[in-house]
Design a protein around this ligand. Structure first.
Ligand code: COA
Length: 389
């Protein structure tokens, strides 16, 4: 029998062909549909990037206007979704709530299950994707209000995606600068080739289940600390360090125990993650201009990056996107357990682009395994076994 080899973590194995995004891990470059991420952050919006990811080309002004109008008019979720959320423990993690609430949407909008002809209807798939992208921020912001005993705020159709989320989250008129920063963060988190959560999208989509299961599965996968959950861990780590003078001893102890530095390292990037570079630049510009509250944590982060890069850089381990996104959200006054749900809001665009790509050329995922268990054996019989009650 031919020997089957196993690649742990599927490192280096191409699981699919995709035209959605590309990473050059040596050069530290990321592009969506061929457009460099820094140009998109500079000139585009999350709404336009979502449509670019879904459709493959930058949309015309009319197509973007239609999509944006669709997003604004589908933000509301059914009242019963809120009823389900009401019975969830307020001490639960918002990612657990989001996973559950998004999965439940498939029951509230069952007409969106896919028939054979619907799977080939691109505008139908786009409309389904748009509704999911529109509703995830609503659910996250509703939860933030509900868990502190407040009534959720209705979405506002006069605000763009990022600004409406901030409004629903805080109940105040969003600061235009904060809305612009969040928009840039959403662009930077919208897509990233076949990472763990996107791979889960491919697997779930390949069974032809409805897109709510696909996205709920991806949310569950993103929640782990080795993936999207790292941005919350970064803030907890910085808080535990507390002061710039403690950075060196923290690193000494942690690395001696062979523990990881949250927000560092990446399977693909062997240089600085370009998203971290953009986020750090954004933070420094804003801090200089006095537009963000510049906490002690930010100084701890800068020092930690400097010292950790000196020690880990030679091994190809550098700061990744989660290192700076957490601090940026923290400086904007957002609670740390919402960082990963915000990541999911952004990544829903990339996930749904991969869902569409998978459906366009589908084959169910069914890998093989190398069996390492016991050989054939007989069920033992005796006084305590093998006697049907
Ligand atoms: N801090 C310290 N050492 C790290 C590290 C980190 N953040 N990330 C990787 N390493 C080290 C490992 O200890 C290991 O060292 P060794 O060869 O001496 O045993 C080596 O680098 C390879 O690590 P490994 O975990 O096998 O790499 P991976 O490609 O499987 O994992 C990550 C990639 C992202 C899961 C990993 O870097 C990590 O856990 N980072 C922290 C979590 C994080 O920030 N996740 C967000 C990713 S965007």
């Amino acid at each position: 029998m031919a020997e089957t080899s196993v690649a742990p973590g599927l490192e280096g194995i191409a699981a699919t062909c995709s035209s959605i995004s590309e990473i050059d891990g040596q050069a530290g470059r990321l592009s969506y549909r061929g457009y460099p991420i820094d140009e998109l952050v500079e000139h585009s919006s999350f709404e336009e990037v979502a449509l670019l990811l879904l459709d493959g080309e930058l949309p015309s002004a009319e197509a973007l206007e239609r999509f944006d109008r669709g997003l604004r008019s589908h933000r509301q979720v059914k009242y019963n979704v809120r009823e389900i959320m009401k019975f969830m423990p307020v001490t639960g993690h918002p990612m657990d709530m989001l996973h559950c609430a998004v999965a439940s949407l498939g029951m509230f909008y069952p007409q969106q299950e896919l028939s054979d002809s619907e799977r080939e209807n691109v505008s139908h798939l786009d409309a389904m994707a748009m509704r999911i992208i529109a509703r995830i921020p609503t659910i996250v912001a509703m939860w933030e209000q509900m868990r502190y005993g407040n009534d959720p705020l209705p979405p506002r159709a006069d605000l763009n995606h990022a600004a409406n989320f901030l409004y629903m989250l805080t109940g105040s008129e969003p600061d235009p600068l904060h809305a612009r920063i969040l928009d840039a963060c959403l662009i930077l988190h919208a897509e990233h080739t076949i990472n763990a959560s996107t791979f889960s999208v491919l697997v779930t989509a390949s069974t032809l289940t409805n897109p709510y299961h696909v996205i709920a599965g991806a949310i569950g996968t993103l929640a782990g600390p080795l993936h999207g959950g790292a941005n919350q861990k970064v803030i907890e780590m910085l808080e535990s360090i507390g002061r710039v003078e403690k950075v060196a001893s923290f690193l000494d102890e942690r690395l001696a125990r062979k523990e990881k530095i949250w927000g560092f390292g990446h399977r693909v990037y062997k240089t600085r993650d370009p998203r971290a570079v953009l986020l750090m630049g954004m933070m420094q510009r804003l801090a200089k201009a006095g537009n963000l509250r510049h906490s002690q944590l930010f100084d701890v982060a800068l020092e930690l990056e400097r010292q950790a890069s000196e020690r880990l850089g030679p091994k190809g381990i550098h700061a990744n996107v989660d290192f700076y996104s957490g601090i940026l959200y923290h400086e904007m006054g957002i609670r740390s357990d919402l960082f990963t749900p915000i990541f999911a809001m952004a990544r829903s665009a990339g996930w749904l682009a991969h869902w569409r790509e998978q459906l366009a050329d589908n084959r169910i995922f069914r890998p093989t395994q190398v069996y390492t268990g016991a050989g054939p054996r007989h069920y033992p019989r005796g006084p305590s076994r093998g006697q049907n009650p």
